[in-house]
Design a protein around this ligand. Structure first.
Ligand code: G3P
Length: 218
């Protein structure tokens, strides 16, 4: 299972990368705005900065909602670095754009996926990744993990190459359940990734080992 971090915060990206387990980064316009990154030039420079930190895929999202606009933006983003994956919203114009990018050899991440039907369309258009937002489904009393499972079944039935990038991950149990289902990638906050390491018995056991070592060396 690949681990991506879902942030535009450079310090968090550096920290996650320093752990040695980070495979990539996903961003979106809200995450960029949260870091105060506005204006085309600043956004482009920020993507470059992320690509300089992480040796792995970096999703960069288009803002346009029409085919021509998405193509123009996506081609510019893809030219920034070989690790850039163009993030395209799950709308019909987006599907057309994904098909175009696929034929041009530009990798895509179809975002804002909330149903198996949407995932099927994106796979048929040749999306490299699809991002089902599991946390946002949970937020409305729907079952995000059930969607990941359903998409996995559909993709397995037809051996689609599109990878399932479980997004809107909120906590460590989301990551564990996604791993059980067999999601190819998960993207989540640094806090959820680090929380996977926590166990009280590990802390108690380590403390005891260190105490015994200290006693034995007196
Ligand atoms: O990057 C897309 C997705 O991961 C957003 O997550 O927490 O805003 O629902 P969230």
């Amino acid at each position: 299972m690949k681990f991506f971090i879902d942030t535009a915060n450079l310090d968090e990206i550096k920290e996650a990368y320093s752990l040695g387990i980070l495979d990539g980064v996903t961003t979106n316009p809200s995450l960029m705005a949260k870091e105060g990154i506005t204006g085309e030039e600043n956004i482009i420079n920020h993507y470059k900065a992320i690509c300089n930190i992480v040796d792995g895929d970096v999703s960069a999202e288009v803002i346009s909602t029409d085919f021509e606009g998405m193509i123009a933006e996506g081609e510019k983003l893809a030219a920034l670095h070989s690790n850039i994956v163009v993030k395209v919203p799950m709308i019909l114009e987006g599907i057309k754009a994904i098909k175009y990018f696929t034929e041009k050899g530009i990798r895509t991440n179809c975002t804002l996926v909330f149903s198996a039907g949407q995932a099927l369309l994106a796979a048929k258009a040749g999306a490299s990744y699809i991002s089902p937002f599991l946390g946002r489904l949970d937020d409305i009393s729907s079952n995000g993990l059930e969607l990941i499972n359903q998409i996995k079944t559909v993709y397995n039935n037809y051996a689609f190459d599109t990878e399932i990038l479980a997004a809107s991950v909120r906590h460590p149990m989301h990551i564990i359940h996604c791993a059980e289902i067999g999601a190819d990638i998960m993207t989540g906050p640094l806090k959820a990734i680090k929380a996977l390491a926590n166990h009280p018995l590990t802390d108690i056991g380590l403390q005891k080992f260190l105490e015994d070592h200290a006693k034995g060396n007196k």
